[in-house]
Each structure stands twice: as C-alpha cells, then as structure tokens.
Design a protein around this ligand. Structure first.
Ligand code: GLC
Length: 589
C-alpha cells in the first residue's frame, strides 16, 4: 500500500495523525464506565425487532446515495429526489432498508452540499420540500427509511447566520462562529491547518478579525460553545423527524469543538498531500465536549426512535468505544473507518480490526467505501480479479455482526473515474491537491444504470463523466447475469435478512493463524453460519474443527459460494478454496 493511497481515504482529514494527548483522561474515565457497557440494546429506544432486543437499525442494511449522481429525472445532468424515488423498487429488490442521502439542502455547492445555506429546505436542483414529502411516503411504502446528513460542524458562508455574523462585531449571530484577532504581525491566530489546504483561518476585512474554518473558507465552523447554536441545530433535527426522517449521519462530528485558548497544534515532520505541514490536531479534533453534545442530540433522537450514524475517524478501540457513549447513550452507529483503512486484502489485518470493533462492546458499523474515499472495487482489486474481489469484500462486511453501510454503485462494481486534467476537477480538495491528490470526483461519478450513453443516468450532460466500464458494469446487464456482482449482492443480502445467525449471532474468529483465509462463525443458539474467505490469489486448503465452538459433529450445508464446485454437504472438514473465493455454509449440531 502506498502512503498516497492510504492518505487518500482520509480525504477531508488529510492532516492525518489523530490527536491523543487531550483525550487521554477521557479515555481512561470511559474505560472504567465501559464496564457497565455490555448490552447492545440502546437506552430510550423504540420497540425491539427481535428476541435479542435489537433495534430496527441493527437489522437494517444502509445504502449511501450521493444525490447529484444517483438518478437524474429532469435531465439537467444532476441527480434529484424524483430520481431517487424512481429507483426505490431497485433498492428494495437489492435488499436495502435505509438510504442515507448526502446533503440535498440549499447550498452554493462549494463542497457539493456540505456547505449548507438553509437546513430546513431542499436545494432547487434536487427538488422541493414537497418532492421530499413524496419521496418519504414512497420510501415508507417500500419499507425503506430515510437518513439525512447533518452538517453540524459548519455552515456555508452564505448561510444567513454567517452573513449576519460577519456583518459587525456586535451582530446577533457574531458569537455563532469563531472569530478572533490575528497576531500582532497580522498572521492568523494560530497554526491550525484546514483539511482543504492552507491556514484554517480567514481574515474578514469588514470587522477586521479572522474566522475559523476546518474545511473550505466557504465553510465557517459554528461555535458549539454557544447554546443558541446547539438549540438551532437540534431544532433542525426535530424539523426533519417531523418530515419522516429516521435519523442522521453526523458529518465531521469529531470536529465540533476547539480549544478555547486556541493553542498551536504540535507540528510533525513532513508535509501532507496538500503541501501543508503535518500537524497533530490535539486542539481542534475530538475534544471531550463533543460527547456532551452527542448525549443531548441522542436524547432528541430517541424521542423519534431515530438513529445517529457517525462520521467517526478513530485510531483505536478506545476512541471508537467513546463514541457509543459510556452508557450507550451517544452515537448508535459510529462508522469504523479503521476497517476500510485496511486497503489491502489481508486476512490477519481484517481479523485484527474485527476483533477491535468487537472489543468495544458496541454494535459495529462497517463501510468499505463512501464519497470521500477511492472506490472499494479499485482499492482492493488487483486489476485481474476485481469482480471476484468485489464479491469477496461484500461477503466479508455483509456477514459480520453489525450494521453495514453500502455506497451506491458498489453493488455493480463501479470503479473510480479520476479526472485527468486539472481543469476538469470539481472537488475543491482536488483543485488544491492537484496533481498529487486528484480529489474525490472519481468516486462520485453517476450511477451506472445501463449501457446507454452516460450509463442511463441522464439524457443531458452529466456533471461528472462515467468511466468506460459502464458498458459491462451496469444494473441492466448485471441483472441478467447470474454470475454478476449485482446478483451476488442480492443473494447475499437476501440471506443476511433471513438468517438469524447472520442477524443476531455472535462472532467467533476461526483459524486465527491462517495468513490467507479469513474464517469465522456467526453463532446463534443451535445453529451457526461459517464464513471462509480466501484473500489470496492461490488455492488454499482449510479445515475446521468446530468442537471448541460448540459444534462437535457439525454438518455443513452451502448457503452461498463463488467456488466452481461447492463442497458436498457434510462435515466441513477439509475444503479447497479457489483464489479470492467465498464459502458461506450453515452448520448445525
Ligand atoms: C465530511 C464529508 C465530506 C465533506 C466534509 C466537510 O468529511 O464526508 O465530503 O467534504 O465533511 O463537510
């Protein structure tokens, strides 16, 4: 794995090197509190969906939709809400239970929606609140929940709150953002670096002060120490709960608070991919106060039986555990990005990371791709067996204990289509990072529906071009092919939905010294599902002795496999696994 490749999936957090010092006392306090943290049943939640006390979001398969790129109903080259609505049948057949729509609120689109100028409306390019209402109703009929993206760390610089804030030092919203004087020599208040490149401070001549922006200058950070900010943002969530939303994905939630004294971050050796000095972000990332806000945000969510999904960049089990809350009263689904930062097929690395996620005592949340990281098809692919590897990765994260969040197009093996010329780059990070870092456009290209021009996404000019692979990797062609990635996903998701062991079973690692094959059991009462994944390009022989796991005379029956000749039903003794193959079997006592 090259350093560049690994940094890339931390897009938005390109400084890397997560902070430790400030957090340490919190970590130890929470470790103690964590002793009473065994149950995965959340506090104050709605009716459980099974005898284990699991909530709806523990059985659901989530699917991320980047609305600009999913389906374009009015042929303006940009996807929209009506487009999403037209694809609900597809999503249901695929096996999706909840869609997370990345920001579709009014926005100048500097960061493609992550710069919100009105939190309680829909950007005209995507539709209207009425269209949202239709989508919500149609989704409900399909038993698909809607999760919105809550950009709570920052707003657009065009948001009325910021326009007022910048208008004078005494404006009503002045203290809603972080304003400070520069140093005597006119330099910014401290050395904090923006995730989008350069200083995280911008001087505003109207009032002669700097404001803080972790991301683009057009995305000023809100001041979460001001209770009015919290109230306004919590009201935004209530507004959407009333509109039928079942939860939020919390954007950049690590970054809500900053050190009140604005101390300089320690500088590390070297430069990041955007050419800035590397720093250790101990004073503006993962501050303890985040957790107080999360607990209060969670209690609002609980009143609507809603789920909070976290964009949580963590470096250790302890950090991940913190996000669940000491009493399981913060984020229900903190995404485990450590899992997808393993960007090579390595059975030992995945085994280790699954153990880390399991060790938190919380309900794991796995993702393998999203709109900020290179597509998994490319990241794990070896260039020759990419389709097999895509199935292998699906079989991995869709059979683990926890909630998976898919990324649109992953199920058909979409690949990146990175820009080749700077003038084509749309993502502000790509503009700054060019040519070393080409930005995130490549993983955000239009959904490939069929082999018509622009992959059937639009009859207009798509905002980003589709890669040539759309001719073979598209929904229409793959729907007809029983060997396709799409067909495999459908079978896998159907199995996951009906199999108790996959839904509720515990996770038991098997053959822990095997360097090539990742195997585990999902055990539920008298039954279990055995999963064996050959992560190597060679044939591997594996055998299983399941006596220790409570299945001394286990009989295996294949449930799903990519092996050309599945093993005969019987004891899962010696099994020969072809390169990158998947073997999933039921074992019973
Ligand atoms: C999150 C989003 C990313 C965005 C950033 C700023 O990391 O996933 O796309 O650029 O926040 O809002």
């Amino acid at each position: 794995m090259s350093a560049a490749k690994s940094d890339r999936i931390r897009a938005g957090f390109i400084n890397g090197n997560r902070p430790r010092m400030l957090r340490e006392f919190v970590v130890s306090a929470l470790l103690v509190a964590g002793l009473c943290f065994a149950s995965s049943v959340a506090n104050g939640q709605g009716k459980p969906v099974d005898a284990e006390g699991h909530q709806w979001w523990q059985h659901a398969v989530f699917y991320e939709i980047y609305p600009r790129s999913f389906a374009d109903s009015n042929n303006d080259g940009i996807g929209d809400l009506n487009g999403i609505e037209s694809k609900l049948d597809y999503l249901k057949q695929l096996g999706v239970d909840a869609i997370w729509i990345t920001p579709c609120y009014p926005s100048p689109q500097v960061d493609f929606g992550y710069d919100v100028s009105d939190y309680e409306n829909i950007d005209p390019m995507y539709g209207t609140l009425t269209a949202f209402g239709h989508l919500a109703k149609a989704a409900k009929r399909h038993h698909i929940r809607i999760i919105m993206d809550l950009v709570l760390n920052h707003t657009s610089d065009q948001h009325p709150w910021f326009l007022d804030s910048k208008s004078s030092r005494t404006s009503a919203h002045r203290d809603w953002y972080i304003w400070r004087d520069g140093k005597d020599d006119g330099q910014p208040p401290n050395n904090w670096i923006s995730g989008f490149g350069g200083s995280a401070w911008k001087f505003d001549p109207t009032t002669g002060q700097f404001y803080y922006h972790y991301f683009a200058a057009a995305q000023p950070d809100l001041n979460w120490r001001n209770p009015a900010v919290e109230k306004a943002m919590f009201d935004v969530t209530r507004f959407w709960y009333k509109h039928g939303v079942s939860g939020f994905r919390l954007d950049a939630v690590d970054l809500l608070f900053e050190d009140p004294n604005l101390r300089d971050n320690p500088v590390l050796e070297g430069k990041n991919e955007l050419g800035d000095p590397k720093t250790q972000e101990i004073y503006n990332d993962k501050l303890p106060a985040n957790h107080d806000v999360l607990r209060r945000l969670r209690s609002v969510a609980d009143q609507s039986d809603a789920v909070l999904v976290g964009e949580t960049y963590t470096d250790s089990a302890a950090e991940l555990k913190e996000y669940y809350g000491a009493h399981n009263d913060e984020i229900q689904l903190p995404m485990d990005f450590m899992f997808c930062q393993i960007d090579k097929l390595s059975a030992p690395d995945f085994r280790k990371q699954i153990a880390i996620a399991e060790s938190t005592g919380g309900w794991p949340t796995y993702v393998i791709s999203n709109h900020d990281m290179e597509r998994s098809y490319v990241r794990y692919g070896d260039g020759k067996h990419n389709d097999q590897i895509a199935k292998l990765m699906a079989a991995l994260y869709l059979t683990l204990r926890g909630t998976p969040i898919m990324y649109y197009g992953e199920e058909i093996g979409m690949e990146n289509n990175d820009p080749t010329r700077k003038e084509d780059v749309k993502d502000p990070m790509g503009v700054t990072g060019w040519p070393g870092y080409k930005g995130r456009d490549g993983e955000r290209t239009p959904m490939q529906w069929n082999d018509a021009p622009n992959a059937g996404f639009t009859q207009g000019t798509p905002w980003l071009p589709v890669p040539p692979s759309y001719k073979t990797h598209n929904v229409a062609s793959e729907s007809k092919d029983p060997e396709s990635i799409l067909d495999f996903y459908k079978r896998l998701l159907a199995l996951r939905h009906r199999d108790r062991a996959l839904l509720d079973g515990d996770y038991v690692a098997l053959n822990q010294d095997d360097p090539n094959v990742l195997s585990y059991l999902r055990r539920y009462k008298k039954e279990a599902v055995l999963v064996a994944l050959n992560m190597s390009g060679n044939v591997q022989q594996v055998s299983f002795d399941l006596a220790q796991q409570g299945f001394p005379s286990a009989k295996g029956k294949t449930l799903l496999t990519t092996l050309s000749v599945p093993p005969k039903p019987g004891v899962p003794g010696q099994i020969s696994l072809e390169p990158f193959s998947v073997y999933v079997a039921r074992v019973s006592k």
